[in-house]
Write a new protein. Sequence first.
Length: 133
Amino acid sequence: MSETEQSEMQGMLTRWQALKKQAEGGELRLDPEIGTRLAAHAGRMRDQLDVMVTNATRLAFLSGFGSLGSAQALQGKFAQKADNGNDSAVNRLKQSIDVVTLMKETYELAIGKLQESDQSAADKLAALNPGGA
């Protein structure tokens, strides 16, 4: 992964960590219907990324390069690109999974805080009107 791409991925991760903290503190709130749909979409994205990780892991087992030393070296480089290398497809996908997981958790927290806030307001209103109507 290039330095720019790595920086962008780290930036996304940092941004979603900050948003999650805001949701935990009640500063970030979402309409329950919208938040539920966003969380469900993030869950589907996570599922798709999991499938991609499985497929990328399989790419590490390549054959058909021949018996020459240079062919074996090339085979090893392709295997590292798929899995186990610092810049492997699997590592990139796992970083994306981390971001999508944070997104889903953030949406769920933002929904919960809005619902808690609504319930708190309803409880306070009910306390002000003990007669009930």
